[in-house]
Design a protein around this ligand. Structure first.
Ligand code: PEP
Ligand code: MG
Length: 321
């Protein structure tokens, strides 16, 4: 099995009738890039930058962050490296950031909401990513976006960051893509409008499933309801991918759903361009994609979108793919 997967690494994730999807890796540190490449990823679809902020006693400086992102971007060898701005809050606290005790942390002060209010944390990160972009192909991705206003604010801050960098005579890239995670129902529903303001979408199903179904992603008592094939979730995903295609931007997925081979086939049929996952999942997803025709994937998608129940959809997929 190991040898077979090694042989698979350099091959594209392509159906037998020639439709391709890009497989990328989710990473937590710049040191994960090399092992991810060995599994055959075509770049990094999610660098969870909060790990750069965690496990330390003070705010990482622009210089600290620049070194880390530069190394990740360089190691991607010209492939895209998507750096998500810090997703703190919810279940991820920080020693040096006082987050008041909240009744509903997952609905509270987290991610982009913190970044937009704490410029002392956010500006050094934006500047560090813009600088790292000089060394390859970098992208900025915003977590937990719910509206257009947040994107507009970030764009202004990016412009300000560039002015400051120019003034400080530090090299930076003007070709860093800006994208958002679609991980709230609001973002999925508003995807046709949000798409006009960004270069890409990446669907974060870990949170999208939680928020759509009102099912806590870490509560075992309700885990039986947590199903990425739930028709409500599938409808939001389809809306998002269609909005991306209609507006000429690319759509990917970096939630756990992307590492489910059966889901990968369905997402491909919906028109997704990229799937990002923990590197060890890449071979099994690629293997599945290389075993089907796009025609078959399309027919299967048509069939499940008429079904009423997530568990029945799952069963149907296991049987027919
Ligand atoms: C997600 O929500 O799907 C995601 C990829 O982000 P995280 O798991 O870090 O919240
Ligand atoms: Mg998330």
């Amino acid at each position: 099995i190991k040898a077979y997967y090694a042989k698979l690494a350099p091959l594209p994730a392509e159906t037998t009738d020639g439709v391709r999807v890009e497989l990328m890796a989710n990473i937590g540190t710049h040191m994960d890039v090399e092992s991810a490449l060995a599994y055959g990823c075509e770049g990094v679809g999610l660098f969870r930058s909060e790990f750069v902020f965690m496990g330390r006693q003070n705010i990482p400086t622009e210089e600290d962050q620049f070194k880390t992102y530069k190394e990740a971007v360089e190691k991607c060898n010209g492939n895209l490296c998507v750096i998500r701005t810090m997703d703190i809050g919810g279940d991820k606290p920080l020693a040096y950031l006082e987050i008041p005790k909240e009744e509903n942390p997952f609905l509270g002060w987290r991610a982009i909401r913190i970044s937009l209010q704490r410029r002392d944390l956010f500006m050094p990160q934006l500047k560090a990513i813009l600088r790292a972009g000089v060394y390859g192909k970098a992208a900025i991705m915003l977590p937990m976006v719910i509206n257009v206003a947040e994107i507009k604010q970030v764009k202004e801050l990016i412009e300000q960051a560039k002015i400051e960098l120019a003034h400080e005579e530090k090299a930076f890239s003007n070709n860093v893509q800006l994208g958002i995670m679609v991980e709230t129902p609001a973002a999925a529903v508003m995807a046709p409008m949000l798409a006009k303001h960004v270069d890409f979408f990446s669907i974060g199903t870990n949170d999208l499933v939680q928020y759509t179904l009102a099912v806590d992603r870490v509560n075992h008592n309700v885990s039986y309801l947590y199903n990425h094939f739930n028709p409500a979730v599938l409808n939001l995903i389809q809306t998002t991918i269609k909005a991306a295609r209609d507006n000429g931007i690319w759509a990917g997925m970096c939630g756990e759903m992307a590492s489910d081979p059966y889901a990968a086939v369905i997402l491909m049929a919906m028109g997704i361009n990229e799937l990002s996952m923990s590197a060890p999942s890449i071979p099994k997803v690629k293997d599945k994609i290389r075993s089907v025709t796009f025609t078959k994937a399309k027919a299967t998608l048509d069939a499940i979108m008429k079904m009423e129940d997530g568990d029945a959809i799952k069963e149907y997929l296991y049987k027919s793919l």
